[in-house]
Design a binder for this molecule. Structure first.
Ligand SMILES: [Zn+2]
Length: 247
């Protein structure tokens, strides 16, 4: 009996070490993406899955976690790996992560994914109705968000994809879109690295603007506003521009 217990303990330790190593090597985000990729690989063959996609759209780099091309539409999936509580509104610029009482901001993943959907529509020459944007939380976070588009946990991914069974494309169109996407992929390692720098640069530029009281979306003036939930920073061009920043 004791031997069985120690063997079990040993196996459990090995498992934990392997997982820790994996996370250390791949990075947390990549590990979550890998988990989603493994789930997607179990979809039937009629679904064409693309993981960790780098594309150029209108002179800008775009990185999309997962794209699934099917007769039932194009699924554009953004994967998030968070702990604690995550909450935010569909319209907000930023969401909040609350972990052991500490609050952190994250860029609204629905917005982030929406720009990816725009790029996919442009590259595949389709309209937005043919695209199903999905935000997947693959970490241990409890998520509170009321949104029209699915914001789900990893365990719900298959079911959400399965719920879409209205045929939008025929086989030939699916093959054509898969070919178009394949030919648009940036596969060169240096180009992919350039993309990471470019994104960092875009974030830095945004931070520079907001630090100087300039709206990064329309370059209007940022002003302090009084809202239902207290003060916040908004754009002077509201309601035309709905950019907000939490104080
Ligand atoms: Zn603005």
């Amino acid at each position: 009996m004791e031997i069985v217990v120690s063997i079990l303990f040993f196996v459990a330790m090995l498992f934990l070490i392997a997982r820790a190593l994996r996370t250390a090597i791949m990075g947390k985000g990549a590990y979550a993406e890998d988990r989603v990729a493994r789930r997607l690989s179990r979809l039937p063959e009629e679904y064409r899955v693309f993981n960790d996609v780098y594309l150029r759209n209108r002179g800008r780099s775009v990185q999309i976690d997962h794209i699934v091309i099917s007769r039932y539409g194009i699924f554009v999936i953004e994967t998030k790996n968070y702990k604690g509580w995550v909450y935010g509104a569909e319209e907000a610029e930023y969401w909040t992560q609350n972990i052991y009482g500490h609050k952190y901001q994250l860029y609204n993943p629905i917005r982030q994914n929406s720009s990816h959907v725009g790029a996919i529509c442009n590259i595949l020459r389709i309209n937005r109705e043919k695209v199903i944007p999905i935000v997947v939380f693959a970490g241990s976070a409890t998520v509170h968000c009321s949104a029209d588009c699915p914001v789900i946990y990893l365990s719900q991914l298959h079911r959400v994809i399965d719920e879409h069974k209205i045929v939008m494309f025929d086989e030939a169109q699916v093959a054509q879109m898969a070919a178009t996407l394949t030919s648009s992929l940036v596969v060169d390692k240096n180009r992919r690295r350039e993309h990471i720098y470019e994104v960092r640069e875009q974030i830095a530029e945004k931070e520079r603007l907001t630090a100087n009281g300039i709206c990064p979306r329309c370059h209007g003036q940022l002003v302090v506003r009084e809202g239902r939930y207290g003060q916040f920073i908004g754009c002077s061009n509201y309601p035309k521009c709905k950019y907000t920043l939490n104080v």
